[in-house]
Design a protein. Structure first.
Length: 289
């Protein structure tokens, strides 16, 4: 009886110590700005160890999460943790690889690209762009979102064709997909780069600029908050959101990730995630988009 009681006491003590260590690790992760999540295998089959080594050479799958695009990710108001379709896809991929998941949350698309280039992340969620493709192997898009212009109610601009004119200033999120696109497309208007996409509308107002460019959902949210703005009726681009892995990881990793994304679209996983996270206006990409 005494031996059993002693064993029971030691077991309880070890359990309490494990909880304490877990809480301490979580607190350190929160302080550093990195959210760490554990993931286990989602199937009865063993994880592909060769793929796990390609995607997670440091032990955990480090996923760069861009909080600057509300279609992809937001912070849960209750927990403060990143949530969204990109988080759901990263979680599922980590489960399949059989490795822990580490979310590296950043405020802009530019920061997310830097995470890949500087080996701070193993995968990321980006708009497909030729410039980014120099360092990143992209999958096919998993979701399509739209880039729109917004102006003040009293602005004489009523259509996209009136934007690329001398004297017109266009606010964009620095390093965003629409920044890269408009840098190539606009010939006469002046582009003014704001540090992050969520700050575009405020920068547009503070600097008295002519036009704010951005993801439609973000512009609609910000315009509703500040008032006195309207969204132009036509999109200026379709943003093809894809997953990406550093090209240095090789063709095998790129092919595996591309196949994963196609399965997630075809199975309804992406559509279900968008619905769960309350995202409207985003379209699940087809296989040939």
């Amino acid at each position: 009886m005494k031996t059993f009681t002693t064993l029971k006491y030691r077991t309880a003590l070890l359990s309490a110590l494990a909880v304490l260590l877990t809480c301490n690790a979580a607190a350190q992760a929160q302080t550093s700005g990195t959210t760490i999540m554990q993931a286990t295998s989602s199937t009865a089959q063993p994880a592909d160890k060769s793929m796990a080594a390609l995607f997670a050479p440091h032990g955990a799958l480090r996923a760069s999460i861009n909080l600057g695009n509300p279609v992809l990710a937001n912070l849960d108001p209750k927990t403060g943790a990143p949530v969204g379709v990109s988080v759901d896809l990263a979680t599922e991929l980590a489960k399949r690889l059989g490795v822990p998941l580490q979310l590296v949350a950043v405020k802009s698309a530019g920061n997310s690209v830097e995470n890949i280039e500087q080996d701070k992340a193993d995968i990321g969620f980006f708009a497909v762009d030729p410039k980014r493709a120099q360092e990143i192997s992209f999958t096919g898009p998993y979701v399509l979102i739209e880039g729109f212009y917004a102006v003040r109610n009293e602005s004489p601009i009523t259509g996209n064709e009136q934007v690329d004119k001398p004297g017109i200033t266009v606010a964009v999120g620095k390093g965003s997909a629409y920044d890269l696109f408009l840098t190539r497309e606009l010939r006469q208007a002046t582009i003014v780069r704001i540090p992050t996409s969520p700050a575009v509308v405020q920068g547009f107002l503070d600097q008295h600029l002519s036009v704010a460019a951005g993801v439609k959902q973000q512009l609609e949210q910000d315009a509703a908050k500040v008032g006195g703005m309207r969204i132009l009726p036509q999109r200026f681009m379709v943003i093809r959101q894809a997953m990406g892995v550093p090209k240095a990881r090789g063709d095998a990793a790129a092919a595996y990730l591309a196949s994963f994304v196609e399965e997630m679209k075809a199975s309804g996983f992406v559509a279900a995630s968008l619905a769960k996270n309350g995202i409207e206006g985003a379209i699940v990409a087809r296989a040939n988009d």
